[in-house]
Write a protein that binds this ligand. Structure first.
Ligand code: FAD
Length: 460
């Protein structure tokens, strides 16, 4: 019978191992995406992520169409939905690329059992990570909790496999079966906002889809790689790759990014080669976030360093939280970042660290509040990278920044946005009477945070 390929966080045709294997199997191929908001433990997507998903699926469907295949869309709990689809087409095999969250792995395990008992072959593939989390272990055979030895261990073995080329054609179902396959209409899922339509800034900043991911990678390697190591911390410079949402949705694979960068590194000399190594290390942080999520599935809700459970968060201050969310704290770099996020669905990495530090250490608001806001507003909102980095800044995470490292938003602005270019671009009223006065005193709140932190140490 035909092969079913279940697309998930791998919305691409090239270097898609599950699709590649299905085509190799030599039967007709059914391609499906399931919008699953019902399986137990599945975290509903945020607003910006839903917007991205809409564009990405539209792009994927068009690419599939060009190769002769039709993307089937279904909605519901994934395990029964896929089982039913497989039965209705008389599938002989169901293939997918792995995900690493606990709820997602449980769905896959149940599906595997259900399909196998019906005599249908199942196979899962490594498509989203360069190094499968269970393969990288310390000398004591434990998962890593510190980045540097983790990445050294990853990079001391054989290099990641080469990417698969894009398929040239996909053998469709044809005949009666193909015509009959029921599919939802993408528009009916209402992934895009309508009333109000807040996505204008997102549309301006981004183009979801595989083609645009490769375009970004190529122009980054051509124009910006040389200066990446120096300029990556300067938010006014467009010196980073902007690949994060494309990697989040699997429109490009880390294998493709790795090998293209490695080839550029081989051609480069001097500072450019060091820049390439630095860029690959950032991909390594993405791997480390997933390594951590795999071993600590409750990363988004539970402190990795459990002694932080004793941290005495003051009662919630909704007024301060809203000022932070809306970019009205009176600290221009913080406000610029939060407004960039709201407008474009993204924020420069340096500024993410500053706004996260400000929320947790100057407003003394629980990192989980910040993580939730980012989850809703980032187009790259990622189940591993978002909670990992929030815990990293808050001090409760794996290999985290020490708690007493409180970013001073004024010093950070002077250092990384010395001419105020980034701030002016995002906070046009900065420097006029219309700009809010600071909602807190930096020194006072920093001292309060360090005093609260004493509880963590004392209960250890
Ligand atoms: P580049 O500098 O070009 O880096 C290349 C790639 O490496 C990125 O696309 C990304 O996939 C990966 N990468 C870089 N830095 C990190 C990092 N610190 N952690 C994990 N992967 C990294 N990144 C996300 O992809 N999703 C998130 O939800 C997310 N939430 C964050 C929350 C906070 C509080 C902080 C401080 C950082 C967060 N990051 C997140 C990491 C980082 O800010 C973004 O990956 C980066 O800004 C994306 O821009 P870029 O693609 O141009 O990065």
């Amino acid at each position: 019978g035909p092969s079913v390929v279940w697309f998930r966080d791998d919305l691409r045709l090239s270097d898609n191992p599950a699709l590649h294997a299905a085509i190799e199997r030599g039967r007709s191929v059914v391609v499906v995406y399931v919008l699953d908001e019902q399986s137990p433990g599945i975290r509903p997507l945020g607003g910006a992520a839903r917007w991205w998903l809409h564009g990405s699926l539209r792009s994927l469907a068009a690419s599939l169409e060009r190769l002769g295949a039709t993307l089937t869309l279904r909605r519901g709990p994934a395990e029964p939905v896929i089982t039913e689809l497989a039965a209705s087409v008389g599938a002989g095999a169901v293939f997918w690329n792995r995900r690493y969250g606990a709820a997602e792995r449980e769905i896959d395990a149940r599906l595997k059992a259900a399909l196998s008992s019906g005599g249908i072959e199942t196979r899962s593939f490594a498509g989203s990570l360069l190094f499968e989390p269970w393969t990288i272990r310390t000398g004591q055979d434990r998962p890593y909790s510190v980045f540097t030895p983790f990445w050294r261990s990853c990079t001391s073995g054989p290099p990641p496999r080469m990417p698969h080329p894009a398929p040239e054609a996909i053998p469709g179902l044809g005949g009666d079966l193909g015509g009959d396959l029921a599919s939802d209409r993408l528009g009916d899922w209402a992934l895009e906002p309508s009333h109000p339509d807040w996505a204008a800034g997102l549309r301006e900043a981004w183009e979801p889809g595989e083609a645009s991911a490769h375009h970004l990678l190529n122009s980054f390697l051509r124009d910006s790689l040389d200066e990446y190591a120096d300029a990556r911390d300067v938010p006014a410079r467009a010196a980073t790759s902007r690949l994060a949402p494309h990697l989040r949705w699997g429109e490009i694979s880390p294998f493709q990014v790795w090998h293209a960068t490695d080839a550029a590194r081989a051609r480069a000399t001097g500072p450019a080669a060091a820049s390439a190594t630095r860029f690959l290390t950032e991909l390594g942080w993405r791997e480390f976030c997933y390594h951590t999520l795999f071993h600590a599935p409750e990363l988004a809700t539970v402190n990795i360093r459990r002694e932080f459970d004793a941290f005495p968060w003051p009662p919630p201050d909704d007024r301060a939280l809203r000022a932070w969310q809306q970019g009205r704290t009176g600290y221009p770099l913080v406000d610029a970042g939060m407004r960039e996020l709201w407008r474009t669905g993204s924020m420069h990495n340096r500024v993410r660290m500053v706004v996260a530090s400000f929320l947790t250490k100057n407003l003394l608001i629980d990192w989980r509040e910040g993580e939730r806001w980012f989850w809703d507003t980032l187009v790259d909102a990622d189940p591993a990278s978002n909670p990992f980095n929030w815990q990293w800044v808050a001090g409760s995470g794996a290999d985290a920044a020490p708690y007493f490292r409180v970013f001073n938003p004024q010093l950070q602005a002077a250092r990384f946005d010395p001419n105020g270019e980034y701030i002016r671009a995002n906070v046009p009223e900065w420097g006029t009477d219309a700009y809010p006065v600071p909602i807190v005193d930096l020194g006072e709140t920093r001292r309060a945070a360090l005093a609260a932190y004493e509880h963590v140490k004392n209960t250890k």
